[in-house]
Design a protein around this ligand. Structure first.
Ligand SMILES: [Zn+2]
Length: 379
């Protein structure tokens, strides 16, 4: 692979390396597998506090309602995240961006959604723009104010939706703080009609759309994503075949989140036949303190193989090129092609099959973003 100014200028078998490329400075990957930099296209990066006590309650069989009663759930993370000062939140984000980069991640989508007030949502999004650095994975920010109805709006969800649509979204867009608008469409969260109102506001402000859908039941979310022209629809554990077909027709990328299935003890979407029919699925971590407390994207790719019947090569594609597509960045990152950013992960394995079949703490020995080594010490 050859690059100049952070962009790939050539990629192919060594014997075909053009002479002009051979003259520059060279690096030897020493037999490592060179794959495109990994793209984690669904994370809830900024939060304060973990929820390990709740983990024990869940293991013992407590329901959502019981956990909420004991002060757990999304709203418990919201009160901690509201209280934490921005510099502390930024330090948390940098820490996990660094850890992701050590695993080979070079681009990471990061949602707000633990603020749930205009002030706190803006604080989180400002932190995302503040932590942006060439020596960490690129952060793609998403506003997910429609993650849950905050306590002060209980019983008045429509008023909260109006606040997001009329005040927060225009402000976020005006200040360039997010690329995407995301909405949690589920019986326990927001209705399809509320999602339509928010999507319309997002469209007016130039934000692209993502949706959390069909995680807890088939709520027709996949069809809604197709109707609203979302870039991606994420979760989909209970999505109907009809909804998935509509997504495929409209080019909506499905994003599967194996950790969320694992922790919620939910059967994952059976993807094999759909992959054979030409559906596009990305795989991401869903990193968050409740349902998916792991940032380990390579492990999520292995689980996509064991739980959803991806081949290792399909899983790699799902964590690179298709994930880039889920972020509208397929022309920029996600594959080793001329003109794209020189983002690569160097993996200590002889093949993709060998890499993803073993659950290793970390097989990545070097991460390159924009042509510069941001993690590892291979060279
Ligand atoms: Zn999520």
């Amino acid at each position: 692979v050859a690059w100049e100014g952070g962009r790939i200028t050539w990629a192919g078998p060594e014997q075909h390396l053009p002479r002009e490329c051979a003259q520059g400075e060279s690096f030897n990957a020493k037999g490592a597998l060179v794959v495109p930099g990994l793209v984690d296209c669904h994370t809830h990066l900024a939060f304060a506090g973990w929820r390990a006590d709740e983990f024990e309650l869940k293991v013992r069989g407590a329901s959502y309602a019981e956990i909420a009663k004991k002060g757990g759930g999304i709203l418990s993370t919201v009160s901690k995240t509201r209280a934490v000062p921005a510099p502390e939140l930024a330090e948390h984000c940098r820490r996990y961006l660094r850890k992701s980069s050590e695993l080979g991640v070079t681009t990471l989508e990061a949602k707000s959604g633990y603020g749930l007030s205009a002030e706190s949502e803006l604080k989180i999004l400002e932190v995302y723009s503040e932590v942006a650095s060439d020596s960490l994975p690129a952060v793609i920010p998403t506003v997910l104010a429609a993650h849950a109805v905050p306590l002060e709006f209980q019983g008045r969800a429509d008023d909260y939706v109006a606040l997001i649509a009329n005040e927060l979204i225009p402000e976020v867009a005006k200040r360039g703080l997010a690329k995407f608008l995301d909405i949690f469409v589920e019986e326990i969260a927001f209705s399809k009609n509320q999602a339509r109102i928010l999507a319309e506001a997002g469209k007016r402000s130039g934000l692209s759309l993502k949706l959390h859908v069909d995680q807890l039941g088939d709520g027709g979310g996949a069809a809604l994503a197709a109707e609203l022209g979302a870039v991606s629809a994420d979760h989909l554990e209970h999505a109907s075949l009809e909804g998935l077909r509509l997504m495929k027709q409209r080019g909506v990328v499905g994003v599967l989140l194996p950790f969320a299935c694992l922790y919620a003890k939910q059967p994952p979407l059976k993807a094999r036949q759909l992959l054979d029919e030409g559906h596009f699925f990305a795989v991401a971590t869903d990193f968050n303190p409740g349902s998916a407390p792991s940032y380990h994207l390579p492990l999520a790719l292995t689980l996509a193989c064991t739980m959803s019947q991806f081949t290792p090569a399909e899983a790699l594609n799902a964590g690179t090129l298709i994930a880039a597509r889920a972020l509208g960045l397929e022309g920029e990152v996600g594959s080793l092609e001329v003109g794209k950013r020189a983002d690569m992960a160097l993996i200590d394995a002889p093949s993709v099959n060998e890499w993803l079949y073993q659950m290793q703490p970390n097989a990545c020995v070097g991460t390159i973003r924009g042509g510069n080594l941001i993690s590892g010490s291979l060279f």
